[in-house]
Design a protein around this ligand. Structure first.
Ligand code: ASP
Ligand code: MG
Length: 416
């Protein structure tokens, strides 16, 4: 059975009209041999609104109850899309994550998928029904509690289900029609990227690219799920981005076409190549200082207080104790609402009130000094102060003041 998974993002299902449009598009495009699993996000700003609602009744909502509440967002969109498809005479049936057999860890609001038992879906697919699956949610393996996978997690639902059903590929369909060299809202001249491999995309999403949930890319790489990020409806010639395994021929083309910095002549037969692909940002980065002699101890202190205070554990970006042997500095980020929570909570350790940002340039050939030099020097004339620089195989990350983030992206994007 050839199965295709299509995931529709929140913006693409934000109104009843848009939901009906998607249903109609499915009817027009479907061929008789297609078996379709459609994963949906919550409509528009629903998840944010639900979070706000929770904070209106509780200053510190329980994480279990948050999952009960937030999982509702995707239930609304899944049932509405299913109704719209049924209205057009298509056979459709919606499932929650739990019904679809998505088993997760016990960690509320940030659960990981540990197993998928998709029997119910397979049975309905055999009856030629279109499956609508609520993204972002599952059920915990031990306690059978409803869980959610972290903000943006419906991409991970789509990739995980693609792997479990051995789908031909997984389409992530959005209002933003492809992966770009920078946020097209900030940089109108940013370039669409037509093919990418998993590793640089992982780097991009880890360092803030909102286009995909970071964990979905890692999972796609591990499970070898071919992913396509494309427009939810036909848009001015932009064809979307295919994400495949390392070193395909198309990939080489992308690297040669998409850059102004090139080591060798513009010849796709050359071997090693330096090229810049994209710029991504974490705009809310916090610095925490913990009195402790070792990094290990500092991390356990952090973990314990976050667990005690029921705050979702943040995404660690960097840890060092080089400034002061009695103190460990941790640099981290989290979804906006969690950053607010951290800033408004009193801990036994020091949370710096200054907000930082990371700017990450992803590409290849960073071992070449000229590339680093160009990147770092391009910011010199603009008075942007560099606090730290992190290196990895596919990227260079600059820690700066959050206020300088947009300006820095604009300057750095001139290199791409
Ligand atoms: N609705 C959830 C969120 O807003 C999950 C998702 O859209 O991927 O984070
Ligand atoms: Mg998303």
């Amino acid at each position: 059975m050839s199965i295709i998974v299509k995931k529709f993002g929140g913006a693409t299902v934000s109104t009843p009209e848009k939901i009906k449009e998607i249903a109609l598009k499915m009817k027009m495009e479907m061929s008789p041999n297609d078996h379709l699993v459609i994963v949906v996000s919550a409509m528009g700003k629903t998840t944010n609104n639900l979070i706000e609602l929770a904070h209106q009744v509780s200053s510190h909502p329980s994480r279990r109850e948050m999952d009960m509440l937030l999982s509702v967002g995707e239930r609304i969109s899944m049932s509405l899309l299913s109704m719209a498809l049924l209205d057009l005479g298509l056979e459709a049936i919606s499932f929650t994550g739990s019904q679809a057999g998505i088993l997760t860890t016990e960690s509320h609001e940030n659960a990981f998928v540990v197993n998928i038992k998709p029997q119910r879906l397979q049975e309905e697919l055999k009856k030629n029904k279109i499956i609508i699956l609520a993204g972002f949610q599952g059920v915990s393996e031990q306690k059978k509690e409803i869980t959610t996978l972290g903000r943006g997690g419906s991409d991970t639902s789509a990739v995980a289900m693609s792997a479990a059903l051995n789908a031909k590929h997984c389409e992530i369909l959005k209002d933003v029609p492809s992966i770009f060299s920078a946020d097209p809202n900030l940089i109108p001249e940013s370039k669409p990227i037509s093919t990418l491999y998993y590793e640089p995309l992982m780097e991009m999403t880890f360092w803030g690219a909102k286009v995909l949930h970071y964990r979905s890319v890692e999972l796609a790489a591990v499970k070898k799920v071919k992913v396509y990020i494309g427009p939810s409806r036909a848009q001015n010639q932009i064809k979307g981005t295919w994400v495949t395994q390392f070193a395909s021929k198309e990939m080489e083309m992308t690297f040669t076409k998409n850059t102004k910095i090139e080591k060798s002549d513009n010849n796709s037969n050359s071997f090693e190549r330096s090229a810049l692909l994209s710029i991504n940002v974490h705009k809310k980065v916090l610095q925490i200082k913990i009195k402790s002699k070792t990094i290990q101890e500092a991390l356990s202190i952090l973990k314990k207080e976050f667990v005690d205070k029921e705050i979702i554990f943040p995404q660690m970006l960097h840890i060092d104790n080089s400034e002061d042997k009695e103190q460990v500095t941790l640099i981290l980020t989290a979804p906006n609402e969690v950053v607010e929570q951290i800033l408004n909570t009193s801990f036994s350790f020091y949370v710096d009130g200054n907000i930082f940002a990371t700017i990450t340039i992803t590409g290849t050939g960073f071992l070449e000094f000229e590339i680093q030099d160009k990147i770092l020097n391009s910011l010199k004339s603009s008075d942007v102060e560099l606090f730290k620089v992190f290196y990895s195989a596919f990227s260079i990350t600059l820690l700066i003041d959050s206020k300088c983030a947009d300006q820095s992206v604009k300057i750095l994007h001139t290199l791409i």
